[in-house]
Design a protein around this ligand. Structure first.
Ligand SMILES: [Zn+2]
Length: 189
């Protein structure tokens, strides 16, 4: 099986044979480089700038049950290389193509900027944690401090170092990865 791209939809596509809901479909109409697209994505490699591309629905449930998969069409609506809608009915597809307006554009732009900001935050957090872990490993042995000096030193470390639960974890790097994975998961959607 060759390469393809995946399109994700929020409103499920319904298999006409078994009624199963599909939230994604694979297509080879574009660059086929394992890209993920959703409504509002720029379809890199799209041969169609404005129009409707016919694709077919793949039903996982039917496939697993050994049923003959329905030969069911899905229409990708493309407007200025943007994926603007995915419809199973051609008349709906035509109507969606005719109805794209600037409010749609603003909503997609807004979502794209939020997503870019989210990835930037995720990246900076991970980079900061790994940098601090590297600094921790490179730090020369500290002199024994006592009294107020030791307290000041601890306070500084609390601000600039990784939290103790990471530094004292059996595998600090795994703890950093887990914390970042959770943080990036928390902000999804
Ligand atoms: Zn099915």
């Amino acid at each position: 099986m060759g390469m393809f791209d995946t399109i994700h939809v929020k409103k499920p596509l319904i298999c006409p044979v078994c009624g199963a809901e599909e939230f994604s479909l694979q297509t080879k109409h574009f660059d086929s480089c394992m890209a993920h697209f959703k409504i509002g994505s720029v379809l890199s490699g799209s041969p169609v700038l404005i129009g409707i591309i016919k694709e077919s629905l793949w039903c996982d449930a039917c496939h697993k049950a050994g049923r003959q998969s329905a030969d069911s069409s899905v229409y990708l609506i493309v407007w200025h290389s943007l994926l603007t809608a995915v419809e199973q009915d051609f008349a709906n597809a035509e109507a969606r193509l005719a109805a794209v307006d600037r409010l749609d554009l603003i909503a997609w732009l807004d979502e794209a900027q939020r997503e870019a900001a989210r990835w930037a935050r995720n990246y900076h957090r991970l980079f900061s944690d790994v940098s601090r872990w590297h600094e921790h490993l490179m730090r020369p042995p500290e002199p024994e401090l006592t009294g107020a000096e030791a307290e000041r030193h601890r306070a500084l470390r609390r601000i600039f170092s990784l939290p103790d639960e990471i530094l004292t974890a059996p595998d600090p790097l795994a703890a950093i990865l887990a914390a970042n994975k959770q943080a990036s998961g928390d902000v999804e959607d």
